[in-house]
Ligand binder design. Structure first.
Ligand SMILES: [Zn+2]
Length: 410
């Protein structure tokens, strides 16, 4: 009896001490979230949360862990600008280096309007995306004001403030950004003017500017913006959409509002921004096989979740108008991941002229026992080729995107 009591005492200490530690370190998504993500993935959606700040205890490691648990890819970023954590290029370089320890998409949120002049171009090239919102605007004296801190600035004339804000929105959406976060935001005291200010015409102009500039628009989970009318018009015009959490801490965010709206609007795979893991841009003139660096591409292999691109190649098929594009890659470490690979090939007008998706498995895997094997006669390479029916000549090609998504573990 005494012995049993001791065991119970021991176990209760263990539970009290250990459970909170585990619970804090590795939060798990709710069953509801797991089921929703699975339903959306069945529809072919690639879900990426591009708005995970590494602040308030959130780290790249936790973002990667949450990606594994939730099935939603993580994009991590932090604020850059004079009064922000990444206030100079040195701090930005350290941020990128830290985040690169994990196979995540890496971005920045820009807050100064001259960010593209002051940020080191080499560092920008290492980033997968740049996100901005319209929530910081200069006042009449030229001083930047955080519009959500309403006691810090006055609005003397509503109409002229709204006009100024409209000009500001157009400035931001025309910057070389990838994602416009929290679109159609208004500070609380101006929300009453939402319907009269954000008319269909104005939203249309805003969307047109973004689409022309290659900008995607965010449906942020903790925000009430954008409203449904914006999403309706964005779909009509063919704008790309993203989801995001804009966290302030490391508590798990299940992106409830974002996922609600994706379901409600029955968003299709092509409507979401899916950034490629490998991006090759340039002019293509020669047939044959090349190492990525041989052709002087502008950007190669910016991030890849543990993969390295080995070779790309172009060949002319039996039919005169048929060109094949192929690539081979290697996984840095043998894994039992089953990857879905998407390839999209664009012409000079940014139109898709070829594409393929296929499931690939690391050939190093000895499937018999399900464990990685190091048998040397297996070439540790996977390959995929795409037939281009519409391109008569490789000189039409300007951009190749390769995205990989883990679909199942063997
Ligand atoms: Zn943010």
């Amino acid at each position: 009896m005494l012995y049993t009591n001791r065991i119970i005492l021991f176990l209760s200490c263990f539970i009290f001490v250990m459970v909170p530690v585990f619970a804090n370190e590795f939060p798990k998504p709710s069953q509801e979230m797991i089921e929703r993500v699975a339903r959306l993935k069945v529809k072919g959606l690639t879900l990426i949360d591009y708005h995970i700040h590494l602040r308030g205890g959130m780290t790249a490691e936790k973002a990667f862990d949450w990606e594994q648990q939730s099935g939603i890819k993580s994009g991590v970023l932090e604020n850059t600008g004079k009064d922000w954590p990444l206030s100079d290029n040195k701090k930005l370089a350290a941020f990128i280096e830290d985040a690169q320890r994990f196979p995540l998409l890496i971005g920045i949120q820009v807050n100064d309007r001259d960010w593209y002049k002051t940020t080191d171009k080499k560092l920008l090239a290492k980033l997968n995306y740049v996100l901005a919102d319209t929530m910081i605007m200069n006042d009449e004296t030229g001083k930047p004001q955080k519009l959500w801190l309403e006691n810090q600035y006055a609005i003397k004339d509503v109409q002229s403030w709204l006009e100024r804000y409209w000009e500001h929105c157009k400035t931001v959406v025309n910057e070389p950004i990838t994602i416009l976060a929290n679109p159609t935001y208004l500070p609380p005291r101006m929300e009453q003017y939402y319907d009269t200010f954000w008319t269909e015409e104005r939203i249309g102009q805003f969307l047109d500017a973004g689409i022309k500039n290659g900008v995607a628009f965010e449906i942020q989970s903790p925000s009430k913006f954008p409203k449904r009318i914006f999403i309706e018009l964005a779909r009509k015009k063919g704008a790309k959409l993203t989801i995001g959490r804009n966290n302030h801490d490391d508590h798990p965010e299940e992106l409830k509002r974002s996922l609600d709206l994706l379901e409600e609007f029955n968003i299709t795979p092509n409507e979401l921004l899916v950034l490629p893991d490998i991006l090759i841009e340039g002019s293509f003139e020669k047939y044959g096989n090349f190492k990525p660096e041989d052709l002087g591409f502008k950007a190669i292999n910016k991030i890849v979740s543990g993969f390295q691109l080995l070779q790309i190649g172009f060949s002319q098929g039996t039919y005169e108008d048929r060109i094949s594009f192929s690539f081979t890659y290697v996984e840095k470490e043998a894994s039992n991941r089953m990857m879905k690979v998407f390839v999209s090939i664009y012409d000079k007008e940014k139109k898709i002229i070829g594409g393929a998706e296929r499931i690939l498995i690391d050939p190093r895997i000895n499937v018999r026992n399900g464990k990685p094997s190091n048998m040397e006669f297996f070439e540790p390479i996977s390959a995929l080729s795409v037939s281009l029916n519409k391109a008569k000549n490789i000189s039409h090609i300007s951009r190749i995107e390769i995205a990989m998504m883990e679909v199942e573990t063997l």
